[in-house]
Design a protein around this ligand. Structure first.
Ligand SMILES: [Zn+2]
Length: 284
């Protein structure tokens, strides 16, 4: 038994030395690892898990939609010089994925164990349980398993808040402007009815709009949800047509400048979402 323990301890030292050894060469003067993230939720996980040991850069500017992000030449330089590049992959940000290429420092988090994405739906961060699997993977990449476990525990607590908060509701249809809430809906027994598709800028056809209006009427949904970064015109159109009201459900794809100024983070925005859902679905 003693031999095994010693061998494992020796291996751990070698791994730690290897990790520290390459940091000096490629990272900047502050000494920490440089992590580039494709958009806000991944940047949030990287800074939570990395702590003071990493410098995190979010390539999606505040208040900007990350779907189909256009990368500048300076973004490409930042990607190429980073120690780790955190992306979702699966075509969520195709230009960025092409620029990042296939090097070993590029982590495609939709492929992480336990994330289990549906084909073509990237919005896994809106399910706290899947997002916890993302946090665990980032903990491996940044060699911070303890800090990752702390974040995972907070995400599982958030999952319990959603479970309890949505357990007894009069409605279960969430009518949204963009089809971002499938994972959240599946996790908590809700049904998503989306006005547009997976990408928020898509224009709905008149037939799709009529279908949503019909669903709102037949289910007596009280609320049509829009989101902070996209015009609420579509949600307002359906609301006017049906007598429902509008509220905000945030797909948390980027922080607005106001949210940044307030210091809001993923957990604050998810709790705002829970409050909006509880009001819209008349939960007790
Ligand atoms: Zn989206």
């Amino acid at each position: 038994v003693r031999t095994i323990i010693i061998l494992i301890a020796a291996a751990a030292v070698v791994v730690a030395a290897g990790c520290g050894g390459d940091a000096g060469g490629s990272s900047g003067s502050s000494g920490g690892k440089r992590v580039v993230a494709g958009f806000y939720p991944l940047a949030f996980v990287a800074s939570q898990v990395g702590g003071g040991g990493v410098r995190v850069q979010d390539l999606t500017p505040p208040g900007t939609e990350p779907h189909d992000l256009e990368v500048s030449p300076s973004d490409v330089r930042d990607v190429l010089s980073a120690d780790h590049v955190l992306l979702l992959g699966h075509g969520f940000q195709p230009q960025l994925e092409r620029a990042a290429g296939k090097s070993g420092k590029v982590i495609r988090l939709l492929d992480a164990p336990g994330v289990d994405p549906h084909p073509s739906d990237p919005h896994v961060w809106l399910d706290p349980v899947r997002f916890a699997a993302v946090a665990t993977r980032v903990g491996e990449v940044l060699r911070q398993p303890e800090r990752a476990r702390t974040l995972v525990a907070r995400l599982h607590a958030l999952d319990r808040e959603f479970r309890a908060g949505l357990a007894h509701c009069a409605g279960n249809e969430i009518v949204t402007s963009h089809e971002a809430f499938r994972y959240l809906a599946e996790r908590y027994g809700l049904r998503q009815v989306a006005i547009t598709g997976i990408s928020p800028e898509a224009e709905p056809t008149p037939a799709a709009l009529r279908r949503v209006v019909d669903v709102v009427r037949t289910t007596h949904a009280t609320t049509v949800f829009s989101e902070p970064l996209v015009s609420k015109r579509l949600a307002q159109t359906v609301a006017n047509e049906t007598g429902a009201k509008t509220d905000v459900l945030d797909p948390i794809e980027a922080l607005t400048s106001a949210e940044r100024a307030r210091g809001d983070d993923y957990f604050d925005l998810m709790r705002n979402n829970l409050d909006a859902l509880r009001a819209g679905l008349r939960c007790r």
